[in-house]
Design a protein around this ligand. Sequence first.
Ligand code: PLP
Length: 228
Amino acid sequence: MRDSLNNYEKILEEIEGIKKSVGRTDDVLLLAVTKIVDEDLVRDFIGYGVTDIGENKVQDLEKRIEVFGDSVNYHLIGTLQRNKINKIIGKTKLIHSVDSIRLIDAIDKRSEREGVVTDFLVQLNISGEETKSGFSEDELEGFVKHIKELKSVRLRGIMTMAPHVEDEALIRSVFRRARELKEKIQNDDQSLAMDYLSMGMSHDYKIAVEEGSTILRLGTILFGERNY
Ligand SMILES: *Cc1c(COP(=O)(O)O)cnc(C)c1O
């Protein structure tokens, strides 16, 4: 237990150090990605001060909500199938993985029925890798136009993943582009609240902080390697 606390505090310090080195004074949220992590260990981390946890599968998020109730905020970071929307609407702080118009229309409809407004991020596939979901840059403008007509969902920012490579310059260019696109959307329409830039995982979070990430999605570096 002491080891995991030490490690957690070390990462928080590291993040603060990087922020300082690039002159950032805004907040960076550490989202603990708890995929298949033992429940007791998740509880330990909540005890250390973790306020937000993320899962990439709806059924796993549901289980966490059942166990941890109101003690943390919940984020869905993986693919959401339309037939599972009803299980999580009204229970998430943020859905990071909106990757189609059909999906956001369905989330809007369900949110309206439940009388809630659902905050979400648009997932961008900036690197154009076929294995990654998300909108291309070309599709983004049309998507933003579309969601402005919806009443029960609110676009809060962009989520993206850099390619899993050693090439830091390539990773950096993806993160930088995500930030530029977020700022462009915000500048084009001040009525939107584009507060979040969800980027950076265990292998690239330092670069992400340097490039302006406001939500780091960290799993392995907090909880160790897992097989999923
Ligand atoms: C698993 C996962 C993460 C965390 O990845 P690590 O490399 O373990 O930090 C972040 N984002 C998404 C979408 C994930 O599925």
